[in-house]
Write a protein that binds this ligand. Sequence first.
Ligand SMILES: Cc1ncc(C[n+]2csc(CCOP(=O)(O)OP(=O)(O)O)c2C)c(N)n1
Ligand SMILES: [Mg+2]
Length: 610
Amino acid sequence: MKTIRLTAAQAAIRYIANQLNEDGEPFIAGCWAIFGHGNVAGIGEALHSERERLQTWRGHNEQTMAHTAIAYAKQLGRRRAMMVTSSIGPGATNMVTAAALAHVNRLPVLLMPGDVFAGRGPDPVLQQVEDFDDGTVSANDCFRPVSRYFDRIMRPEQLLTALPRAFRTMTDPADCGPVTLAFCQDVQAEAYDWPEDFFAHKTWRIRRPQPDPVEVRKVADILRTARNPVIIAGGGVHYGQAHADLQAFAERFAIPVVETQAGKSSLPWDHRLNFGPVGVTGASSANAVCADADVVLGIGTRFQDFTTGSWALFNNPDRTLISLNVQAYDAAKHGAEPLCADAAVGLSALAEALGDARFAAPDPALKSDWFSAADRVTDAPEPEENALPTDMQVIGAVQRSAGPDTVVMCAAGTMPGELHKLWKAGRPMSYHMEYGYSCMGYEIAGAIGVKMAEPDRDVICMIGDGSYMMANSELATAVMMDIKITLVLTDNRGFGCINRLQMSTGGEQFNNLLDHAQHVNPSRIDFAAHAASMGAETRKVATIAELEAALVEAREAPGPVVVVIDTDPYPSTEAGGSWWEVAVAEVSAREPVRKARERYMENLKRQRVN
Ligand SMILES: Cc1ncc(C[n+]2csc(CCOP(=O)(O)OP(=O)(O)O)c2C)c(N)n1
Ligand SMILES: [Mg+2]
């Protein structure tokens, strides 16, 4: 057997660079890296030697670098991914939040934190977490519950099995998620004689699991007897690239489709069978259809509480739940009748079994009623003097200035709910929402990942002042790397959405808006100046008309643009929506809390968990 002598880190990077997707592209598009003593001399040296084939990029924070990597994979429907390397202690644990985000959202990312010395000679090294009773524990054990596959590389030759396992996990449609290879720092630098064929190009095809014929028959029998079925389109429609299959299926049988946060843009918003967003942040049209539905067919959805209205939304007493999902865990949730398969092939098998069945699509007036309510808030006239515009009007302005290929993206705050309700998404993946983990701080980094994934599309990142303050430093990376994104920063001076949630659960306004937080000096953050200091082009606008004009200009600007607008923290779209379970204090000195508790107990009666 021919061998080649390389360090373990050199072998890892060389192997990674040779793994391809079905389109012949490297599956790992590049590596985000912040070096420390735990990776600079090992992985860092190896990345340098392979820099022609696997690019290395430097960010400002390990968590946000990983967000960029994850957003890239999400935008490309999991067909490509990125890796991220960190040092052994704080750099590694900074990535744990991002690992959790990828885990919840079932997205591939290859995390490669350094780890302590396998040989343990210099113990304890800088940043080593010492466990008094367990010599195998390091800071990287924090990744275990949030990695789909976790391994610690303590000998070079472990890579011969660990790396193929890592790629299997990232390219498996059912098991897809983050992989953490914690790489002991002495092992990174250790040489080994590797079989040469370990570095041959290898193609990883994402398989499309076929359904079990018995499951198809059973599900078809249920569906055939339905009077008013509904399809819940989730993220699996995007990841399975099942857009055309979904549309054909819905049209053939006249079944209305509603969309989750991850599934939005599965069908164009104005398709006659797209009844809009579902659930807590849903449209009245979609939710009315769901409340009535006797068969609920989920496609590629995890049935998160925002989708199901905490299981109080589908309240037809005779309803049956069907779950078409590539992952058996999701296919059997909450008493669902499982159809475990890839979305596209599952739909075509189901279509064949259904034959010439045909259902009665709901009244289209539900949709026109919804859009007249939605347009009233997005297209409301400019506020009176001394009043601030609403976030919904901001959405209206962004929508009017957007093209069909624009990608609007966001993760936390007021905007995800409002965008889910109000954004009119045309093309697939024109709506990129991280709402599995809804992680403040994903926005700017995520926008960079979206733009790297699809450089030809305009990317608009909606970001609240709270999220901006939590993680903004990758804006400087966007400037340095000339990644053109547009940020629309809605400054309502605090955590507006949580303040409203606090009020609706009977709470006094407390510790959310900056005015209600302990302070000596009132906050006076100048966001435009802050963003400008990192090299972005910035505009502070006062009105919706100015915002619209700034967005048109932003398209022509060469680099990242940040448009800041002050908005009113109190209003949100009243139309649509459904109940969401948030536990309210059972005893309280406050009368409004006691009232909210009563409402909560009343609503709980509608909940049906299987
Ligand atoms: C990392 C993280 N911490 C806390 C939360 C809980 N949370 C959700 S939205 C929000 C406030 C967001 O404030 P901002 O970005 O200003 O948006 P706004 O609601 O004001 O529009 C908080 C604290 C979260 N989702 N993520
Ligand atoms: Mg805010």
